[in-house]
Write a protein that binds this ligand. Structure first.
Ligand code: ZN
Length: 81
């Protein structure tokens, strides 16, 4: 899933992190030493989203991955029904 990974200039990353008060979009918790930050797309690029700050949000890697898994498994379930 490398296409999902977003490389952002540090200043943009900091801008988003500060705007989101350094808390995770999904769990609302701050920095966890064992859980690096990731930048998530509010609207996926595949769905017409952009890499602009207004379409990006801060989240933990594990929270972002859980969300992805949840989406994938839901899609898989729907496909098999
Ligand atoms: Zn989180």
């Amino acid at each position: 899933m490398n296409s999902r990974r977003l490389r952002l200039p540090m200043k943009d990353y900091l801008h988003i992190a500060e705007r989101d008060s350094w808390t995770c979009h999904w769990c609302g918790v701050g920095y966890l030493s064992n859980d690096p930050w990731e930048i998530d797309h509010v609207r996926p690029l595949a769905d017409g989203g952009t890499n602009h700050a207004t379409n990006l949000r801060l989240c933990h890697r594990s929270c972002n991955r859980d969300k992805g898994t949840w989406h994938d498994s839901t899609a898989r379930e729907a496909a098999t029904r």
